[in-house]
Write a protein that binds this ligand. Structure first.
Ligand SMILES: [Zn+2]
Ligand SMILES: [Zn+2]
Length: 133
């Protein structure tokens, strides 16, 4: 199963099965993604490989965090899969996948830190693309 960044310079491949799929609502994930929460899949390092564009990879390790780090494309700024500090898991931002992983998120973590403005997108009006005027 393949994934990539917005500009397409970085691509990667993961091999199922996934260990877990969850939404993280922590403040670090919100800052990094710019979203209400981060939909993250977890795989063991042996089930992950970069296919191209490794020279574009940037990495940030939060000095106060036990596991949190980030990986991103230095050309387009997209979030990309990152190895947790210590290297036990690869966290795959699900929005970077180019294929359907066939599973959906199973839980929310750091729910206690969720953004005060968060509401469930499914409860809101839905437009297929831009809303019509
Ligand atoms: Zn890119
Ligand atoms: Zn988080």
């Amino acid at each position: 199963m393949k994934g990539s960044c917005v500009c397409g310079k970085v691509t990667y491949e993961i091999t199922p099965p996934f260990k877990t799929f969850q939404y993280c609502h922590c403040s670090r994930c919100r800052k990094f993604t710019g979203g209400a929460q981060a939909p993250n899949l977890f795989v063991p390092p042996l089930q992950f490989q970069w296919l191209q564009g490794q020279e574009y990879l940037g990495r940030f390790e939060h000095p106060d965090a036990k596991y949190f780090a980030t990986c991103f494309c230095m050309n387009c700024g997209s979030s990309l899969p990152w190895a947790v500090q210590g290297g036990k898991n690869i966290v795959v931002p699900a929005g970077t996948l180019d294929e359907d992983p066939g599973i959906q998120p199973q839980q929310n973590i750091f729910w206690g830190s969720k953004a005060p403005w968060f509401n469930s997108p499914c409860d809101l009006p839905k437009h297929e693309e831009f809303p019509t005027k």
